[in-house]
Design a protein around this ligand. Sequence first.
Ligand code: TA6
Length: 305
Amino acid sequence: GVVEIKDDRVKISLPSGESAEVLLYGATVISWVADGAERLFLSKEAKLDGTKAVRGGVPLVFPVFGKATEGPCAKLPQHGFARISKWDVLGWNVLGDEEREPSVQVDFVLDSHNLTVEWPLKPEANDQPYQPYAFSLMYSVILKRNSLETKLRVSNEEPEESEEPKNDRAFDFNALFHTYLRVADVTKLGVTGLKGVSYKDKVEGGAEATEERDELTVASEVDRVYANVPGTVVVKEGDRTLYTVERQNLEDVVVWNPWTGAAKIGDFSPDDGYMNMLCVEAGAVSSWHKLMPGDSWEGGVTISL
Ligand code: TA6
């Protein structure tokens, strides 16, 4: 396995031909090649220069999914700051059978020092000095022969051993891997593993419903937050499995396809590119997760062919 850190990105490759590319901006995975084909959708007009969250690949959602109207995340940009912050590379490792079938892990970090936004929101009237939350994020991207594994570790820093502890604040967060899977024809897909699960339908103004179908199909705009999905979600084309999505400690799955509405998304290109993508997003978004000082949380997702 080889890792190349160049300017604004990290390129990972395996001797067997697989590769991945991660922008430091957002620690956004923008390419994953496996079995000879690109597996992630990236808009032709995606901004990769740090001026806007990347339209495609795997943008990371943290600490808020969507927009918060009140509380510490109010005023944060849509989907939080992780995807629009510049991350640092912490290091990398060769895992697995180094000789016969190596896999490669690259770790990225982001903490309050890298932030260009305020979290929590600064109170309007307050005579105390402003203290941002003392958090750190570690994001690991692991490229294996037939899979891409991503893990996010969220830590709330230890309180300091002083009479007046510096960090005595818990914080609430959402986290999600906003994965744009590349597909040949979205109308031919079926997504299994959601039957019987309650979801919030954002196309229907947030109405609650329960999935009745064995396979979710896409023939119009889809924007659903499936809460507490019990098992593995599989994207199929007929009997053929395209992607298996396995989650670790992430209870929810969001499915999104903008359909013809893609034409109204400024950086989405080509206009009919929605036919070639489906976002299947593993996350913890249906409720807030609270993290006490000194505690950490980890969630991850493995996408296999
Ligand atoms: O995860 C689905 C979603 O929240 C949709 O509602 C949709 O608008 C999408 O994400 C894209 O959001 P973005 O901020 O990247 O334009």
